[in-house]
Ligand binder design. Structure first.
Ligand code: ATP
Ligand code: LTN
Length: 330
């Protein structure tokens, strides 16, 4: 039986939070041993909001170093930069031709981001999910490990795959989202009703993968909780529930185990331990990152080899698509 195919990506649009780590990258690591995995740094997606060119360059290499520091292994997975494989854009154009304006304008992320930047409502922000569909479909992907917020986009990719297959005959595999229950949606430490996000104005709302131990301790200490004083998992104590989710992912303890462990203890003890499990997991990642980021030659080797492997597979699908659409072979 053929191995299943996995595709995912993160935008190099700034420093990563533990939300990105828990919702996406951490899950990618375990998939490497079982599946054929493609992990991309999706720089084409990043320019849907204004970027400073030199920052984008830096963030792209930073993100590659983070991928590797977190445990992505170029011997096991194909790791590449999206803009290095032009087939992503070529397929996007074809998929644009079967995408409905109505469906794209109902995408939650588009609605949110377009409200935020009304004076700069560019066309790329609108077709962003079509590019994401192209990313996924080019590799005949079975599984797309993402956080909850990306589910709608993966569903669009499924729709487009089915629509193309119906119109032109079987071409694409129809992918499925892979969303872990725990950690699918890590919330802001300052407002547990809002997703933890690297673009939050309030820095205390998020913890970055590269935050130092004291910063992590301070941010967890300041995390918004409630006046109940009990470490219990329910809908009324959203702040505590979020911290319990984070603790659970980093410690491997179940929610019940955590409830039992902190029965009768206050939030102070619990928060201290939350900070420590985060630091314990992030510390080796940060050490590895510091080593890698100074080794530009190695990073270049990784993304060049990744590009070659990705391009080979992507071109196979693109040629098929072009032929079915009626383009004359180049
Ligand atoms: P921004 O805040 O700038 O919109 P982001 O932090 O949401 O960006 P993305 O690059 O859009 O980051 O997301 C990368 C991956 O991380 C996606 O798979 C997304 O689902 C996941 N992710 C982002 N935030 C969270 C979160 N708070 N909890 C769980 N997963 C998340
Ligand atoms: N849109 C995603 C990033 C992304 C992605 C993808 C994720 C771009 N292409 C393909 C999975 C598969 C985001 O904003 N997090």
């Amino acid at each position: 039986m053929e191995q299943k195919i996995v595709f995912s990506g993160v935008q190099p649009s700034g420093e990563l939070t533990i939300g990105n780590y828990i919702g996406a990258i951490k899950n990618w690591i375990e998939l490497q041993d079982k599946y054929t995995c493609y992990y991309s740094i999706v720089d084409l997606h990043a320019i849907t909001v204004p970027q400073v060119p030199k920052d984008l360059r830096k963030n792209t290499l930073d993100l590659l170093a983070i991928y590797l520091a977190c445990g992505l292994d170029p011997e096991k997975s194909t790791i590449f930069i999206q803009s290095h494989v032009p087939a992503h854009l070529e397929l996007t154009w074809v998929l644009n031709s079967i995408s409905y304006m109505g469906q794209l304008s109902r995408m939650t992320q588009f609605k949110e981001k377009s409200q935020r930047s009304e004076e700069n409502l560019n066309a790329a922000l609108f077709t962003y999910p079509v590019l994401m569909a192209a990313d996924i479909l080019l590799y005949q992907t079975d599984l797309v490990p993402v956080g909850e917020d990306q589910k709608q986009h993966v569903e669009l990719a499924r729709d487009l795959a089915e629509r193309f297959n119906n119109r032109y005959s079987e071409t694409f595999k129809v992918p499925e989202p892979l969303i872990k229950k725990e950690g699918a949606r890590i919330m802001s430490l300052q407002n547990p009703e809002k997703k933890m996000s690297k673009s939050d104005d309030n820095q205390n709302g998020y913890i970055l993968i590269l935050d130092d131990p004291d910063t992590i301790r301070r941010k967890v200490k300041r995390a918004v909780t409630d006046s109940k004083g009990e470490v219990k998992y329910n809908d009324e104590q959203l702040g505590i529930r979020n911290l319990m989710n984070i603790y659970s992912v980093f410690s491997g303890n179940t929610i019940e185990e955590i409830e039992n462990k902190y029965d009768g203890l206050g939030y102070g003890d619990f928060k201290e331990d939350v900070a420590e499990v985060i630091i314990k997991e992030l510390y080796p990642i940060q050490e590895k990152y510091n080593e890698l980021i100074n080794n530009k030659d190695y990073l270049e080797k990784v993304y060049s080899e990744g590009r070659e492997k990705a391009e080979y597979v992507a071109m196979k699908t693109l040629r098929k698509v072009y032929r079915k659409v009626g383009f004359i072979q180049r």
